[in-house]
Design a protein around this ligand. Structure first.
Ligand code: NAD
Length: 311
């Protein structure tokens, strides 16, 4: 299969490409805005290009994918607040452009990265795909609109599609700069010999999923022979997550033996806008295409910390 990965120089994309190249012909299109050139795989076809560039559809046609995994995005919540126009352009118009270019190039499936952010502050946990969506920031709004744009663009084309709502993904190659995930930030601080900061009580929960599990979900869905977009419940939406709630304090404690750090973490005032609880039920992905998370937090933190510590 020929698989095109947008955002293949980023955190999730580069982990995916490194596994895919052994199994398929792989292409990457990435503008390197947050991704890194050293993440690019030497065996993959590649173009450094913005998905909004007018030459993008021709580049997709040149590679000629059977499937497109669309991971390129403006993926920072704070940046979505300071520049909501760019956030909407990349995430919504960009997803529409990717879907149209994929269909025009003859691809038969488009898998697009969505986010737990589409749900906002959950009324219940764990959240299912049919739970209410009420994003609380421009990033969540653009990811939700991107799901709709993907469905609108591919309706009636015969191209299968899915929007994968990732929970909090962590693992090697995550960027701890700016607003990286809490695991990346804790690992980077500990690896640099500094004491990490917990904001608020530490009782706020997240659903941490290892990047290797996310890669396995994408590959399982690429190989699925049915129609992802029509599966019940709630069609093309799939939670890719563990379904478990882990508090930030529990995360800090799980990291202690991995990093050999036993002093107290620093405590700072709670940050406005942080969701208090988060956990997504991923049983639909298991029922439809046979994927389930396999890597426990304890098992995933080892390779993650070692990558940050360059061990
Ligand atoms: N990491 C997480 O916890 C998480 C959670 C939920 C959803 N997601 C989504 O998963 C996807 C991948 O996230 P990530 O964590 O790997 O982020 P990332 O920032 O590491 O990767 C995004 C990649 O897309 C590229 N890119 C950005 N804008 C582009 C554009 N206009 N044209 C071409 N390339 C562009 C970047 O250079 C980068 O390499 C994103 O869609 C993100 O919103 C991530």
């Amino acid at each position: 299969m020929r698989v095109l990965v947008t955002g293949g120089a980023g955190f999730i994309g580069s982990n995916l490409v490194h596994v895919l190249v052994g199994q398929h012909e792989v292409g990457v299109i990435d503008d390197l805005s947050t991704g890194h050139a050293e993440n690019l795989h030497p065996s993959a076809w590649g173009r450094t290009m913005d998905i909004l560039d007018e030459r993008f559809p021709a580049a997709v046609a040149e590679f000629g994918p059977d499937a497109v995994v669309h991971l390129a995005a403006q993926s920072s919540v704070p940046r979505s607040i300071t520049d909501p126009v760019r956030d909407w352009a990349v995430n919504v118009d960009g997803t529409r452009t990717v879907a149209a270019a994929a269909a025009a190039a003859g691809a038969t499936r488009v898998l697009s990265a969505s986010s737990a952010a589409v749900y906002g502050e959950p009324a219940e946990v764990p959240l299912g795909e049919c739970s209410d969506t009420a994003p609380v920031n421009p990033y969540g709004s653009s990811k939700l609109a991107a799901e709709k744009a993907l469905a609108d663009e591919l309706a009636g084309t015969g191209v299968d599609f899915a929007s994968f709502r990732f929970s909090n993904v962590y693992g090697p190659r995550q960027d701890a700069a700016g607003e990286g995930g809490v695991v990346a930030i804790f690992c980077a601080e500990l690896a640099a010999g500094r004491t990490p900061v917990i904001y608020g009580s530490g009782e706020q929960t997240r659903d941490f999923i290892y990047v290797g599990d996310v890669v396995a979900a994408i590959i399982a869905s690429l190989e699925f022979t049915g129609t992802l977009s029509e599966a019940e419940p709630c069609g093309p939406a799939y939670n890719i997550s563990t379904g478990e709630e882990v508090s930030v304090t529990d995360l800090a404690n799980a990291l202690r033996p991995v990093a050999g750090f036993y002093a107290p973490f620093e405590i700072a005032r709670e940050r406005a806008g942080d969701v208090l609880r988060s956990s997504l039920d991923s049983r639909k992905a298991r029922a439809v295409f046979g994927w389930q998370p396999r890597v426990t937090l304890e098992a995933g933190l080892g390779p993650t910390y070692r990558w940050f510590a360059r061990l």
